[in-house]
Each structure stands twice: as structure tokens, then as C-alpha cells.
Write a protein that binds this ligand. Structure first.
Ligand SMILES: Nc1nc2c(ncn2[C@@H]2O[C@H](COP(=O)(O)OP(=O)(O)OP(=O)(O)O)[C@@H](O)[C@H]2O)c(=O)[nH]1
Ligand SMILES: [Mg+2]
Length: 257
């Protein structure tokens, strides 16, 4: 299974969960994955697009947490700038990507929006954690259970040998539902401190919070940018396979941290 490859001129989001599942189910070491990916990029001028993206670093950020906490909405808010009217439970993983510029360097933030439901994620878990650069743990501030379950998500992450140097942040979502809040900020803050994470309390739904949502990912991107050892895109293509990504709004920024 490969994440999306090569650059398109479309300013939109690709939902690749179906492709991801098909790739897994049909792979079996037969090489069928490659042709599936290339089929997906059929409308793209690959030679032009690859040339222009050779020097672009890609930061893989995975978003983890219980089903229904708003992972899809948060990633959609960051990459698409809006709140999706209707979402369905994510199956496998959806990839979203946004090009940002930090201190003069163009960077692709590749967000892996993972499934919270066990039955939709079990075949994909290894892929989530492989070569991950940063992890976003999400809970729903109106569901204490989703906060308590964070321990399990952290254990899963640690169990996949994610290095302690990989930055992690904690996000309490749905803060617009003020009267229903069950997880007090100071409880969340203590938990975040104990696990060496920054805490963001925000809402994917409330447009006034959109900058705060952006800060989650931009903060991580800034930290990752500082890690000079991250691979460049051309190195990632060494295996000869082509990756699909997309042109999105370029978000010029200085570090929000
Ligand atoms: N009020 C409010 N509702 C939200 C917010 N974010 C998401 N929702 C709603 O919560 C529900 C679940 O959102 P999703 O983003 O699909 O949840 P998810 O974590 O991706 O769920 P899985 O894909 O099953 O893991 C949807 O009905 C959203 O409209 C928010 O900030 N505020
Ligand atoms: Mg989802």
C-alpha cells in the first residue's frame, strides 16, 4: 500500500479509503498495487508535476482517536477550510494534503485521517504508524469516554514503535457545544503535560476557531521543519513508485507556537 503520489492541479481533497482497502485486499505481493495507483493518476501530467515538486518535503501526520470525535471534520477544516455538512464513518484512511510555506520553504502536510471504528481500521493500523512524522490524538470534549480512551490510543501508538521524538499533540474537539462539555480543561491539561503533549481545545465546526485548527497542524509542521533529518521527496521516490498528492492553497505562515 502506498500513500497518494504525484501532484495534481486540482484544489480538492482525494478520499482514498477505497483505494487503500482495495490495495490491501488485492495486494498479496502480486504487484497489483502499483497499477492501481497509476490508474488513479491518469489525468495528471506527471512529468511536469514531478519536476516542480522534487524539493518539497512531505510531513506525514496521523489523526487518531475514538469514532465520532471529529477527526474527519478537523482534517477537512485544515485542508479544505470548511466544515463538512455530512460525514460518514471513515473506512481505513482518508488522505488530505495541504501545501504550506514556512519561513520560505514549501512543505506538504499530508494528513492521514484514520478510522476510529475498530472494524474499519484493523487492516490498516500498521500503515498508519509506518514512517509517521507526527501524531494528533483527538477526543470529544462532550464525551468523557473519548477522553478516557486516549490511554488506549497512546498505548497503540507506543506499541507500534513510534519514537518518543515524534511530536504528539492532544486535541479536544467540539468546544462549540459549551453546555455539554464533560472534560474540564484542567483535567485535559494535566493529561497533556503528563504525556509531554501540547493541548488544543477547539471546534472544527465553529468558523471562528478555524485559525486554532490550523495552528494544530502548523505547529507540528514548524516543529518538523526544524528536524533537518527528514527525508526530501526525491529520496522518498527512490523505489521508483510515483506518489499522488495535490496542489492546494498555499498557506504562508510563521510558526504559530
Ligand atoms: N458540534 C460539533 N460537531 C462536530 C464537530 N466536529 C465534528 N462534529 C460532528 O461529529 C460527528 C462525527 O464527525 P467525524 O469527523 O465524522 O468523526 P470521526 O472522528 O472522523 O469519526 P470516524 O471516522 O468514525 O472515526 C459528525 O456528525 C460531525 O458533524 C465540532 O467541532 N462541533
Ligand atoms: Mg472520520
Amino acid at each position: 500500500f502506498l500513500p497518494p503520489s504525484a501532484r495534481t492541479v486540482h484544489n480538492c481533497v482525494h478520499h482514498l479509503s477505497v483505494m487503500a482497502n482495495e490495495s490491501l485486499e488485492n495486494d498479496g505481493g502480486t504487484g497489483s498495487r502499483k497499477s492501481r495507483n497509476i490508474h488513479f493518476t491518469s489525468s495528471v501530467d506527471l512529468s511536469t508535476s514531478l519536476e516542480s515538486s522534487v524539493q518539497t518535503r512531505i510531513f506525514k501526520i496521523i489523526v487518531i482517536g475514538d469514532s465520532n470525535v471529529g477527526k474527519t471534520c478537523l482534517t477537512f477544516r485544515f485542508t479544505g477550510g470548511s466544515f463538512p455538512e455530512k460525514t460518514e464513518a471513515t473506512i481505513g484512511v482518508d488522505f488530505r494534503e495541504k501545501a504550506v510555506e514556512i519561513e520560505g520553504e514549501k512543505i506538504k502536510v499530508q494528513v492521514w485521517d484514520t478510522a476510529g471504528q475498530e472494524r474499519f481500521r484493523k487492516s490498516m493500523v500498521e500503515h498508519y504508524y509506518r514512517n509517521v512524522h507526527a501524531v494528533v490524538f483527538v477526543y470529544d470534549v462532550t464525551k468523557m469516554n473519548s477522553f478516557q480512551n486516549l490511554k488506549t490510543w497512546i498505548q497503540e501508538c507506543n506499541g507500534h514503535r513510534v519514537s518518543p521524538t515524534v511530536p504528539r499533540v492532544l486535541v479536544g474537539n467540539k468546544c462549540d457545544l459549551v453546555s455539554q462539555i464533560q472534560v474540564p480543561s484542567n483535567t485535559a491539561l494535566k493529561f497533556a503535560d503528563a504525556h509531554n503533549m501540547l493541548l488544543f481545545e477547539t471546534s472544527a465546526k465553529d468558523p471562528k476557531e478555524s485559525q486554532n485548527v490550523d495552528s494544530i497542524f502548523m505547529c507540528l509542521a514548524c516543529r518538523l521543519k526544524a528536524q533537518k533529518s527528514l527525508l526530501y521527496r526525491d529520496v522518498e521516490r527512490e523505489d521508483g513508485r510515483v506518489r499522488l498528492s495535490q496542489e492546494t492553497n498555499i498557506n504562508k505562515s510563521i510558526c504559530p507556537c
